[in-house]
Design a protein around this ligand. Structure first.
Ligand SMILES: Nc1ncnc2c1ncn2[C@@H]1O[C@H](COP(=O)(O)OP(=O)(O)OP(=O)(O)O)[C@@H](O)[C@H]1O
Length: 692
């Protein structure tokens, strides 16, 4: 239940030994048992089937996989590790054989001085071999040390590359996303596979040496060696299997507890925690959930102690039987004393190696499951990659046409979000094209399809007559810039936050200054503690926190810095004050007048008045298109209805009539509902337009 992979791992409770009850805190806070869907984790069943035979069968594949990864990361280091380990194994075998030879000499008949003289060169040779083995071990460690992080980096780079190269549709697909989550552990597992593989190979070589020596001494000794180790191997696997099941059974519970502890230190939650006195409540439940986990740990410890005790008894009995057998062989004269001494040494070495081998194999197997997830992701993402290459974008692009475009989000309920939408977006002359409609009507989705983030499920999108699927998607991305209400707040400097929209070339200071002027952030930047170099994140020391509106201006500057022919502005002013809002819309108009195409998504009907063309979406369908004046003229239209609704908010609020029926204050002066709108100048005009 360690947090090693806690974030994404989980499973249905499957351990028959494990108690099923849901903790009180889990029920109260999360509405029941926290369970993670593991349909994606195909290795779960593998893991539960884990047994010694299956593991040994998988050995070549596991070690081969690790060697393959290491080879890709650094061939020279991999070769060095392999050679050093091989030599170390040979040294161990020679060492055992040498001991046998030495003992035979020492225990042979004749003068002790003669025997010692005979044995001396062998002893020296043995020392040299042992020294060489130690040097090989050190060389292997030396080469494996830097190799491990390289393997992790190479694996993680492949993972990250795939993460940003796949279609948005893949990112939204639940199954793919879970695979993405699970595969993130593959890189660190790949790193850990290296020392485990080295240890497995080392143990195997030593084991072969010990086995060969034992078989040479007496054939019955080899099965005895295996019998000594088997109970311990069984115990290791049982304990590990139980731990693994418990980990999956409890992982969501652990995540829940970890989330509670994070909440207590969360800056956003801090005011409510204090004012509403939530601290003791969360702490109580954190304790409740932790206590349940402690009980589970105690249960596992009890079971492990029982299993290990049983295994120790069996091992003890088999060891006793082996030594009795050796004594019998000695007593009957079948085996010489020297050979018996070597056998004892070989048995001790062999049991140690076999024990280590089982443990390392167990680790290796577990890590390989996570590396398997990474392999599966790499294979799967190949089919879901944004295609590279394709036809070049026409130059200039005269228009983008949507022809009966339908679209449903892959992770959604299957209901189309856009239904047979047909519209034409001129891009050869500057224009402001507004998309309006109620919440959820599909405006942002349409804009995302326009930018090539998604492909339509039905119908076609054509850029100057060429279907989007035939075009080089990277060129479409290059053609677009987006200002979004919730644009990403990179935890980096103000400079990076503005220039990150054009990372394909070095920062252009003049362009940066222009973007700052456009978004009106020059003063803001000048007042930041380190100007453009100020870190905009409180996560790190010296970081600075901006307000929502200030962030929004940074987003506007970012889009301006990108300087793309097509600019999508999705609710750009939601967090801006009235003055800044009016400025943004003026600038949008100015950009269009200079030749840029602006797709404006907004609920502020006052700002739509300056658009050249308006498309009204309703429940995923395009219901009206035309100039603002044309649409306003249709008294039964959606646009007119939306417009009138907002206009009504700016009508004077009648003051309560005095009891004597005299004149009200409202008769003289209307009280505006939203003084901000009045300041922006939009309110009064909107009312007028609505009335007209
Ligand atoms: N990533 C997504 N996955 C699944 N469904 C989505 C996703 N994004 C949006 N939707 C759904 O698609 C529909 C249209 O959403 P969209 O964001 O395009 O609407 P909108 O007109 O821009 O709304 P708003 O004015 O509230 O921003 C909504 O029902 C929404 O729940």
């Amino acid at each position: 239940m360690s947090g090693r992979r806690g974030a994404a791992r989980g499973a249905e409770p499957t351990d028959p030994d494990s108690p099923e009850e849901v903790s009180e805190s889990e029920r109260e806070l999360f509405g029941g048992q926290l369970v993670y869907d593991t349909s994606w984790a195909q290795h779960e069943s593998d893991r539960y089937q884990l047994n010694l035979r299956a593991m040994l069968r998988a050995l070549p594949r596991l070690v081969g996989g690790a060697v393959g990864l290491a080879w890709r990361a650094d061939r020279a280091a991999t070769t060095r590790v392999a050679v050093a380990e091989l030599l170390r194994g040979v040294c161990q075998a020679l060492g055992l054989l040498g001991v046998n030879w030495l003992l035979t000499r020492l225990l042979a008949g004749g003068e002790i001085t003669d025997r010692l003289r005979d044995a001396l060169p062998v002893a020296v040779l043995l020392g040299l071999v042992a020294g060489l083995g130690a040097v090989c071990g050190a060389l292997s460690t030396l080469a494996a040390g830097p190799l491990e992080p390289k393997v992790e980096r190479v694996a993680r780079e492949r993972y990250l590359e795939r993460a940003y190269q796949v279609e948005m549709a893949a990112m939204e697909d639940d199954d793919f996303h879970r695979l993405l989550e699970s595969a993130q552990y593959g890189a660190s597992s790949a790193r850990r596979m290296i020392p485990h593989s080295v240890a497995v190979v080392g143990s195997l070589l030593s084991l072969v040496a010990a086995g060969a020596v034992l078989t040479a001494l007496h054939p019955v000794l080899l099965p005895m060696l295996v019998a000594i180790v088997l109970p311990r191997a069984w115990a290791t696997l049982s304990v590990s299997r139980r731990r693994y099941r418990s980990f999956h059974r409890w992982v969501q519970h652990s995540r829940g507890a970890a989330m509670l502890s994070r909440l207590m230190t969360d800056t956003d939650a801090a005011p409510e925690i204090r004012v509403h006195g939530i601290g003791p409540y969360i702490l109580r439940h954190f304790r409740g959930m932790s206590v349940s986990q402690e009980a589970e740990q105690a249960r596992l410890a009890r079971l492990a102690a029982r299993t290990e005790l049983l295994a120790a008894v069996c091992t003890g009995l088999f060891t006793l039987a082996t030594y009795l057998l050796l004594a019998g062989l000695l007593w009957s004269g079948v085996m010489a004393l020297a050979a018996a001494g070597t056998a004892v040494l070989a048995i001790r070495t062999g049991t140690g190696n076999l024990d280590g081998l089982v443990r390392q194999l167990n680790y290796l197997h577990e890590e390989s499951l996570y590396v398997g997830d990474l392999d599966r992701l790499l294979a799967e993402s190949e089919d879901r990659r944004i295609p590279r290459g394709g036809r070049r974008l026409p130059d200039p692009v005269r228009c983008v046409e949507f022809d009966r475009v339908s679209f449903a989000y892959p992770g959604g309920d299957g209901e189309p979000v856009l239904r047979e939408v047909s519209l034409r977006l001129p891009t050869d002359r500057g224009a402001v094209v507004a998309l309006v409609g109620e919440n959820g009507s599909g405006k942002s989705t349409l804009a995302k399809l326009l930018c090539g983030l998604y492909l339509p499920d039905g119908g076609t999108i054509r850029w100057d007559g060429v279907e989007v699927t035939e075009l080089d998607r990277q060129e479409i991305f290059d053609y677009c810039a987006i200002v979004h209400q919730d644009h990403y707040r990179w935890p980096m400097t103000a400079r990076v936050n503005t220039t990150i929209s054009r990372t394909d070339r070095p920062v252009d200071e003049r362009r940066l200054a222009g973007a700052a002027a456009h978004a009106g952030i020059e003063r803001l930047v000048a007042e930041l503690p380190k100007g453009w170099a100020t870190l905009l994140s409180r996560t790190f020391r010296g970081g600075h926190q901006l307000s929502g509106g200030q962030w929004q201006r940074i987003g506007i500057a970012r889009a301006h810095y990108r300087d793309a022919p097509l600019l999508v502005v999705d609710e750009p002013t939601a967090a801006l004050d009235a003055k800044a809002e009016a400025r943004v819309f003026d600038q949008i108009r100015a950009l269009a007048d200079r030749g840029q195409t602006i797709v404006l998504i907004t609920h502020r009907m006052a700002s739509v008045r300056h658009a050249d063309q308006v498309h009204v979406l309703h429940q995923g369908r395009l219901v009206e298109s035309g100039s603002p004046e044309e649409l306003l003229a249709d008294e039964d239209g959606h646009y007119r209805a939306l417009h009138d609704l907002q206009a009504a908010q700016f009508r004077p609020v009648p003051a309560p009539r005095p009891a004597d029926g005299g004149p009200t204050a409202g008769d003289e002066a209307a009280a505006p509902v939203d003084s901000g709108r009045q300041e922006s100048g939009g309110g009064g005009e909107l009312t007028g337009a609505g009335a007209g």
